[in-house]
Unconditional design. Sequence first.
Length: 169
Amino acid sequence: MESISVCENGQLISISYEEIMKYHGSGFPGGAAYALKAMQRVFPLLDGGRPPERREISIETAFTGQGGRDAFEMVTRCVTDGRYSVDPTMPEAQDCEESPGGYYYFRFRYRQKTVVAVLRPAYGHEEFNHLSRKEGKTPEDLRRLAEMRIALAANVLASPPEEVYDVLS
C-alpha cells in the first residue's frame, strides 16, 4: 500500500493513497497519485530523512488538478492553512511535462529548505492529454478517459518516486 508519513506536533501520521482517494473521491486518481509520488520524492529531502511537520510545508505549483490539490491538502493541510498556491503560468514550469490540469511542477518549502519536483517525461501521457482536451467527447471517449485515469494512477503508484520525479534544490 502506497503511503506518506508526516508529523503533527511531533506525532507521526501515515496517510495511504486509499485514504487520500476516500477524501478526494473517484474523479482524478491520477492527479492524486502524481501528488503522492511528489511528496514521497521530496519529503525525505526536507528534514534529513525525517517526516516533516505537516503544517510547516508550503507548496507552489503550476498544476491545477483537483486530485493533486486534495492529496496535498489531506497530507499537509496546506490549502486550509493558506500555504498552497497555484499559478499555471509560472515561468519556471513552462518547460515541464504538461497535463490538462497544468504543468507537473511542485515547489515545496519547509523551514529554510526549498525543493522542486518535476515530472520525468516518461510519466506524462500524450494520448490522455489529447483526449481530455477534446471538444464534444463521445460516450466512448468518456469511458476511455475513465479507464486511462485508473491506468495512469496505477502506473505512477507502481513506480518508485525517484523514477517519477526529478528534484531541483
